[in-house]
Design a protein around this ligand. Structure first.
Ligand code: CA
Length: 231
């Protein structure tokens, strides 16, 4: 049974979601504000987070950023009006999908199922990478158990930090991985110092995997945000 964390402060929505999602076969956990959401998320890693943008105490935007810094769990953000979606998307907080109020439960459930399927297809429980996982994206293949990387069938020697950077990019192909996320996942959440080290590692990685490292087309820079892997 998939476990969904619903973060919502409007009680009428909370009740409708609790009943509606339960009926669809989901296990529903509710947090009424951002602080509670983060506490609950850390305690019991859900399979998906449905996150309202307008929340008391910590905003949904900040909750999303914090969750992203520690997990790849699918996140759907809920905005008050459809016009707000563009604004929220523009902030690049790392959500996987967006819905605007008022939404139809049937549409929401379809999106939830699509995201859960996608998370399953990456062949790992949401939010974790097993020690022996093999990731395959486009021409890239990364074998964690053997610490091997190949590009278009050709083996490439990749030291540990670059290996972890590539693994992170391959978990969410075509999607930007933020600088904060690289730092917390590859260097640890207690890393203090310049994030320039990330760019240095990316540069080295590009020299190994890009046909033309000066015009990268596989690891693409998203200015001011981070990097993404294209297929
Ligand atoms: Ca709200």
């Amino acid at each position: 049974m998939s476990h969904i964390l619903v973060v919502e402060d409007e009680l009428s929505f909370v009740e409708a979601l609790r009943v509606g999602l339960k009926r669809e076969g989901f296990f529903v956990e509710v947090a009424l504000d951002g602080t509670e959401a983060l506490q609950r998320f850390k305690r019991r890693q859900p399979d998906l987070v449905l996150l309202d943008v307008m929340l008391p105490s910590i905003s949904g935007i900040d909750v999303c950023r914090e969750i992203r810094a520690m997990s790849t769990v699918p996140i759907i953000m809920v905005t008050a009006k459809s016009e707000e979606i563009d604004t929220v998307v523009g902030l690049e907080v790392g959500a996987d999908d967006y819905v605007a109020k008022p939404y139809r439960l049937r549409e929401l459930v379809a999106r939830i199922r699509a995201l859960l399927r996608r998370a399953e297809m990456t062949n790992q429980p949401a939010g974790t990478t097993p020690e022996d996982a093999v990731l395959q994206v486009g021409g890239f293949r990364l074998d964690r158990g053997r610490h091997e990387v190949s590009v278009d069938g050709k083996a490439v020697e990749v030291p540990l930090k670059e290996f972890e950077i590539l693994a992170l990019l391959m978990q969410t192909p075509d999607k930007v991985v933020t600088r904060q996320r690289f730092m917390s996942r590859v260097w640890g959440s207690d890393y203090v110092g310049d994030t320039k080290t990330l760019d240095v590692h990316i540069k080295r990685l590009r020299r190994k995997i890009e046909p033309d490292p000066l015009r990268p087309e596989r690891i693409v820079t998203v200015r001011g945000v981070g990097y993404k892997l294209t297929r």
